[in-house]
Each structure stands twice: as structure tokens, then as C-alpha cells.
Design a protein around this ligand. Sequence first.
Ligand SMILES: [Zn+2]
Length: 355
Amino acid sequence: MLPSWQVDENAVLLTTIDEQGNDRNSSPFNPTQSLYGIHNVIDINKFSRYKTLLRVTAYVKRFINRCKSRHRSMRKCPSKLEPLNVLELQDASRMWLHSCQSTYYEAEITNLKSNEKRLTLVKQLRLFLDEDGYIRCGGRIHNAPLTELTKFPYLLPNKHPLTRLIVLDAHETQLHAGTSALITHLRQIYWIPALRQYVQSLLRTCTQCRKVTGRPYAAPDPPPLPKMRVQDAPPFTVTGVDFTGALYVRNRNDAEKKAYICLFTCASTRAVQLEVVPDLSEESFIQAFRRFTCRNSLPRILVSDNATTFNAAANSIQLLLRSVTIQDTFHSQGTEWRFIPKRAPWFDGWWERMI
Ligand SMILES: [Zn+2]
């Protein structure tokens, strides 16, 4: 025996359509009354996608139709869930449109039915109710070679969750189109007041669009130069030192051989002295440094990197700079050797640019 459904007088009235597409509850079809309250059955705020909302609505409606079916055969649950057809999805879309208009524009509908047309919105947009009970905009393009829907679009409030879902769905369907393209697309079907501002505010929340159109992180302003870079002192008082990469030179026997350049540069005057060295050994560097000090004054501060770079030359420099012999030599001559912080290549920009 089939269960008898309890009748709740406060229950929301839903229109059901039978398998042939005929409305069985109300005749003639009056959506502003019969479909009123779909938002009480399904909470639209729980949906983030318009298509999902339509599919859930269509399935709910199909379930109600089957429950109300008088034929026993139609009550049987199918072994496999039948996919939704286009008509069911379009019907769900119409239900939500009617629900939205009838709840948000209740006063306008009453005004239109009374034929008074005193409300500002009604006069401004030349609103009228079409044969299905939808509120549509009049406009002045009756004679344009456009579809009826474009000439007389449906009115939608911009502060309704349905409008938000429709705009986001159109944005996604149009492959994340910009504001103007999206407005053009939407206005072929809907008229939404203050649409441009609404679309702009919604597009700002789109993650994909922000990834594409977002500006890169702005680098902070460079800080003031350190005191040793700007002080008034003899050349090479503060000196930066570094090696270049390998160069190929020919010796007296016309054989190709690797060579390197040891670069000394002054921090304040930017003077440069280049010393060719045959290799990156400790001995070669000391000889280059002696040649440098013979031509110039002995630097008070010698700055170099930690040589944590990734090439062989840098590794050799690292071994050099850790040498106790070199440290002792410089300390005895009154030269302080400073290392820039590790993994901070911007500290040695003032000699790398000379390299
Ligand atoms: Zn987007």
C-alpha cells in the first residue's frame, strides 16, 4: 500500500509538469503565483554555481512529479538515474527567474497588473508583463533586427543571489571575458540595473582573472647607499674584489690556455684595476694583490663575496678566502677583509656590474 502524503497548508506550492510537458496544477499557467516560493524549497545561498542550482532544482522537481504521479508504473525508481534533458533545465531556470522577480519586484508586479504605471522603475524601463508573467523591459529598439529576448530583456535585480550566479556563470562560459564583453553578453537576455559596477565588483573576486591581470609585487625602493660607498677618501680605500669567469688566451707556444681576471674596484670613485691571473689559486691571487697594491695605495677595507655561487671559479674563491695565510697577510698590512652576507647577491652588485 502506498503511503498517503500529509497535506501541510503552509507548504510551498510547486507547479509540476507531467511527462508530456503539460502543467497539471494550474491552468492557465500563472508562474508569478504558482511558482512563488521556490527559494523556500531550495536555499540559493548554498550554491556557488548556476548550473548546479539548475540541476538540483530539476531533480527536485522530477522527484515531486514522480511522487504525484497517479500511474503506478511511473512511481518505480529507475535502475539508473536518467540524465536531465534540456526542457527540465530550462524549466528550472524559468522557476528561479519567476521566483526572483516575484519576490524582489512585488510592488512593480502589482503596479503593472493594476495598469497604473506610477512607479519610477516601471516608467523608467517601460516594464511590462509578458504572456508568461515575466517582467520585461520595453526600451526603444522594437524595430531593430534582433531577437525578442534582446529587444525586451528580463529584468533582474543586481542584489539577488540568482543574479550573482548568472553573472558568474556567464563569465565562466565566456572564458573569463572582461567587463564590456560580459555586459554585452548578459544584456542579450537580462537587464540588470547598474550592471557595469556590479560586474566590475564581481570580476575583482575571480581568482583566475586576478592571476592574469594582477600586478606583480612591487619591489621596495632601494635603501640609501652605505657610508663606505659615498665617503670622500683616496681611491681604493674601500675595494671590492672578484674573479671573472674563465677566458681563453694563447701562450708563446700558440697553445690555448685558461686565464682569469682579478678585478679590483673602488667603492666610491668606481676606479677599476684588472689583473690577469693564470688560475684561481691562492698564490696567484696574492701576486695579483701585490701588483695591485704596488700601483695603488693599500686598501683599508677589502670586500668580497662568500663564493657560494655555483661555478667552479666561485668555489675556488671560497677556498682562497678561507685561507689562514691570506688573512694573516692582510691583517699584518692593516687591511680588514669583510665578507658580504651569505646568499645575498645584491650586496656585491657594486663590483659585479664592473665584472
Ligand atoms: Zn575570471
